[in-house]
Design a binder for this molecule. Structure first.
Ligand code: HEC
Ligand code: HEC
Ligand code: HEC
Ligand code: HEC
Ligand code: HEC
Ligand code: HEC
Ligand code: HEC
Ligand code: HEC
Ligand code: HEC
Length: 422
C-alpha cells in the first residue's frame, strides 16, 4: 500500500520532471515561429498520428498558439523527427494516465500563467481533481478512472460553453456514461453502474433533452465535475436545495431535519430517490405500499395521521378545482366570457401548488392554510359560473318570449293581409 503510493508519487514526480525539462510550457512563446510537429503530422498516413493535427484547428489551445509541443514537449523548430521528438529533451509521446492531470495542470493550476491568456478561467481544476474519487483512485495506481482528457478530450479541446464540447450540459451525460454505464468496469469498484440509466428516467433529464432546459441538473451539478464525489448523506439536501430553495427551507423547518440526520437518512433522497426522480403525485402521501411515508411511519402513529390529513386536504382541493373547471368550461362553450373566473381558478391552482410545497414541513395546519385559500378561490370561480348559468337561462327565456311575440305579430299580420285581400 505505502509502496504503491510511493511508486505513484514517483511516477508523478518523474512526469513532472520530464515536463520541467521541456521548453517550459509556461514560458513558451505565444506563437511558435515554426511548427514542424503540426506540419509533419498533418501529412502522416497513420490516422492515429494524423488525427491530432487535423483536430488542431478546432483546439482552444491552438488558437492561443499552444501547439503539440505545449503538451508533449520536444522541439517544434526541428524538421528532423529524432531531434524534434527527443525524449532526452523532454518529449513525451504517450502519457501514462497518472501523468495527464499533472501535465494539464502544469498550466491550468498556474494562476500567473493563466492570467495572461484567460483571467476569468478558474485555476482550481487540478487541486479539486486530486480530492475527487477519480483523483484518489488514480493516485493509488488505477488506470481506468477519468483523467482530464477522458472528459475534455486531448485534441480539439473546446471551451465547456461550446455546444460541441463533450462537457456541454446536453452532452456530459454521455461523457460520464462511457464509464459509468459500463457495468463490468463499475462492478470492480463496487458501484452498480445503473446510475445513468436511472437518471435518464428522471424529470431532470426530460427537462434537459425535451425542453432544452440547461438549468436542469446533469451528473456534474450534483457531484461536481473536477471534484466528482457522491454528495454524502449530510449534503444531499444542500445539493438539491441549490435549485429547490422553497422545499429545502420547509424541510429544514420540519421535524424530519433532525430525525433524518440522526437516522443517517439523506434528506430529499429518502422520498424522491437520487437519480430516477419522478414527477411527484398526491397519491404518494400515505403509509400504504408504494406511498413514501410508509417507509418509516405505520398506521396510527403521528406521521401516518398527518399523512392522512394532508392527503385529505389535497384531495378536497383537487376535487373542488376539477368540478369548478368543468362548470366554467361548460358556460364558456355556451358562449360566455369567463376571464375573471379563469383568473380565480389560476389563483386556486397556485395555492394548491403552494400546499404541495408546504408538505415538506409535514405540518398539517400549514398545508391546510393553502388548501383553504385554494378552496376559497375555487368557490369564487364556481359562483361566477353559477351567475353565468343564470344569465344563460335568463337569455333563453327572453329569447323564447320574444319568439312568441314575433310569431303572434306575424300571424296577426298574415290575418290582416288576408282580410285586406278579401
Ligand atoms: C518529420 C516528421 C515529424 C515531426 C517533425 C514530428 N513528428 Fe511526431 N511522429 C512522427 C512519426 C513518423 C511518428 C510515429 C513513429 C514513432 O512513434 O516514432 C510520430 C509520433 C509522435 C507521437 C506518438 C508517440 C507514441 O509513442 O505513440 C507524438 C505524441 C508525436 N509524434 C508528437 C510530436 C511533437 C510534439 C512534435 C514536435 C515537437 C513532433 N511529433 C514532430 C513524425 C514527426
Ligand atoms: C492539450 C494538450 C495536448 C496538445 C496540445 C496535443 N496533445 Fe497529443 N496527446 C495529449 C494527451 C493527453 C494524449 C494522451 C491521450 C489519451 O490517452 O487519451 C495525447 C496523445 C497523442 C498521440 C497518441 C495518440 C494515440 O491514440 O495513441 C499522438 C500521436 C499525439 N498526441 C500527437 C499530437 C500532435 C501531433 C499534436 C499537435 C497537433 C498534439 N498531440 C497536441 C495531449 C495533447
Ligand atoms: C501549455 C499550457 C496548457 C496546457 C499544457 C494545457 N492547457 Fe488548456 N488552456 C491553456 C490556456 C492558456 C487556455 C485558455 C485559452 C483561451 O481561453 O483563450 C486553455 C483553455 C482550456 C480549456 C477551455 C477553458 C474555457 O473555459 O475556455 C479547456 C477545457 C482546457 N484548456 C483543457 C485542457 C486539458 C484537458 C489539458 C490537458 C490534456 C490542457 N488544457 C492542457 C493552456 C494549457
Ligand atoms: C469527470 C469529468 C472531468 C474531468 C476528469 C476534468 N474535467 Fe474539466 N470540466 C468538466 C466539466 C463538466 C466542466 C464544465 C464546467 C463546470 O461545470 O465546472 C469542466 C471545465 C473545465 C475548464 C473550464 C473552467 C471554466 O470555468 O471555464 C477547464 C480549464 C478544465 N475543465 C480543465 C480540466 C483539467 C486541467 C482537468 C484535469 C486536472 C480536468 N478539467 C478534468 C469535466 C471534467
Ligand atoms: C474514464 C472513465 C470515467 C469517466 C469518463 C467518468 N468516471 Fe466517474 N468514476 C470512474 C471510476 C472507475 C470510478 C470508481 C473510482 C473509485 O470508486 O475509487 C468513478 C467514480 C466516480 C464517483 C464516485 C462514486 C462512488 O460511489 O465512489 C462519482 C460521483 C463519479 N465517478 C462521477 C463522474 C461524473 C459526474 C463523470 C462525468 C462528468 C464521470 N464520473 C466520468 C470512471 C469514470
Ligand atoms: C439530482 C442530483 C443527482 C444527479 C443529477 C446525479 N446524481 Fe449521482 N448521486 C446523487 C446522490 C444524492 C447520490 C447518493 C449519494 C450518497 O448517498 O452519498 C448519488 C450517487 C451516485 C453514485 C454512487 C453510487 C454508489 O453505488 O456508490 C454514482 C457513481 C453516481 N451517483 C453517478 C452519477 C452519474 C454518472 C450521473 C449522471 C448520469 C449522476 N450520478 C447524476 C445525486 C445525483
Ligand atoms: C441544478 C438545479 C437542480 C438541482 C441540483 C436539482 N434539481 Fe430538481 N429540478 C430542477 C429543474 C430545472 C426541474 C424542472 C423540470 C421541469 O421542467 O419540470 C426540476 C424538477 C424536479 C422535480 C419535479 C417537479 C415537478 O413538479 O415535476 C423534483 C421532485 C425534483 N426536481 C427533485 C430534486 C431533488 C430531490 C434533487 C436532489 C437530489 C434535485 N431535484 C436537484 C433543477 C434542479
Ligand atoms: C417526507 C418525504 C419528502 C421529503 C423528505 C422531501 N419531499 Fe419533496 N415532495 C414530497 C411529496 C409528497 C411531494 C408532493 C407530491 C404532490 O404533488 O402532492 C413533494 C414535492 C416536491 C417537489 C415538486 C414541487 C412541489 O413542491 O410540489 C419538489 C421540487 C420537491 N419535492 C423537492 C424536494 C427537495 C429538494 C427535498 C429536500 C430538501 C424534498 N423534496 C424532500 C415528499 C418529500
Ligand atoms: C425516512 C423515514 C421517514 C419518512 C419517509 C417520513 N418520515 Fe416522518 N418522521 C420520521 C422520523 C424518524 C420522525 C421523528 C420520530 C417520530 O416522531 O416518529 C418523523 C416525524 C414526523 C412527524 C412528527 C411526528 C410527531 O410526533 O410530532 C410528522 C407529522 C411526520 N413525520 C410526517 C411524515 C409524512 C406526512 C411523511 C410522508 C410525506 C413522512 N413523515 C415520511 C421519519 C420519516
Amino acid at each position: 500500500m505505502t509502496r504503491q503510493l510511493a511508486n505513484a508519487t514517483l511516477a508523478i514526480l518523474l512526469a513532472a520532471g520530464a515536463r520541467a525539462a521541456a521548453p517550459p510550457a509556461a514560458a513558451a512563446p505565444v506563437r511558435a515561429v515554426k511548427d514542424a510537429c503540426l506540419t509533419c503530422h498533418a501529412k502522416l498516413s497513420d490516422e492515429r498520428l494524423r488525427k491530432p493535427a487535423e483536430l488542431a484547428s478546432a483546439d482552444i489551445h491552438q488558437t492561443q498558439g499552444i501547439s503539440c509541443a505545449g503538451c508533449h514537449g520536444g522541439n517544434p523548430a526541428a524538421d528532423d523527427p529524432t531531434v524534434a521528438m527527443d525524449p532526452r529533451k523532454g518529449f513525451v509521446g504517450k502519457f501514462t494516465p497518472q501523468a495527464i492531470p499533472e501535465m494539464c495542470g502544469s498550466c491550468h493550476s498556474n494562476a500567473a500563467y493563466m492570467l495572461r491568456y484567460a483571467p476569468n478561467i478558474p485555476t482550481d481544476q487540478l487541486s479539486q481533481y486530486r480530492t475527487s474519487k477519480h483523483g484518489l483512485a488514480l493516485a493509488k495506481g488505477a488506470t481506468d478512472v477519468a483523467v482530464c482528457s477522458s472528459c475534455h478530450g486531448a485534441h480539439g479541446v473546446r471551451p465547456p460553453s461550446d455546444a460541441r464540447s463533450p462537457v456541454y450540459p446536453t452532452r456530459i451525460v454521455d461523457t460520464c456514461a462511457r464509464c459509468h454505464a459500463d457495468v463490468a468496469l463499475m462492478s470492480r469498484y463496487g458501484i452498480k453502474g445503473n446510475e445513468v440509466a436511472e437518471y435518464k428516467k428522471s424529470v431532470h433529464y426530460a427537462a434537459l433533452v425535451e425542453k432544452n432546459d440547461l438549468s436542469a441538473p446533469t451528473c456534474k451539478s450534483c457531484h461536481g465535475a473536477h471534484g466528482a464525489t457522491p454528495p454524502g448523506v449530510s449534503s444531499v439536501a444542500n445539493v438539491c436545495g441549490t435549485c429547490h430553495v422553497s422545499q429545502l427551507e420547509r424541510f429544514d423547518q420540519s421535524p424530519h431535519k433532525d430525525a433524518f440526520a440522526a437516522l443517517e437518512q439523506p434528506a430529499c433522497e429518502a422520498c424522491h430517490s437520487n437519480h430516477a426522480i419522478g414527477h411527484p403525485q398526491d397519491s404518494w402521501i400515505g403509509v400504504a405500499d408504494k406511498q413514501v411515508c410508509g417507509a418509516c411511519h405505520s398506521a396510527g402513529d403521528a406521521g401516518a395521521v398527518a399523512a392522512g390529513a394532508i392527503s385529505g386536504a389535497l384531495a378536497k382541493a383537487t376535487a373542488a378545482e376539477t368540478a369548478a373547471r368543468a362548470r366554467v368550461g361548460k358556460v364558456k362553450r355556451a358562449g360566455m366570457l369567463m376571464d375573471a373566473a379563469d383568473v380565480k381558478l389560476e389563483d386556486a391552482h397556485q395555492a394548491y401548488i403552494m400546499a404541495t410545497v408546504e408538505i415538506h414541513t409535514v405540518a398539517v395546519a400549514r398545508v391546510e392554510k393553502q388548501t383553504e385559500v385554494a378552496l376559497a378561490a375555487t368557490a369564487a370561480a364556481d359562483k361566477d359560473a353559477a351567475a353565468a348559468e343564470a344569465e344563460i337561462r335568463y337569455r333563453r327565456t327572453g329569447l323564447f318570449v320574444s319568439l312568441i311575440v314575433i310569431a303572434v305579430a306575424m300571424v296577426t299580420l298574415a290575418l290582416k293581409v288576408r282580410s285586406m285581400e278579401r
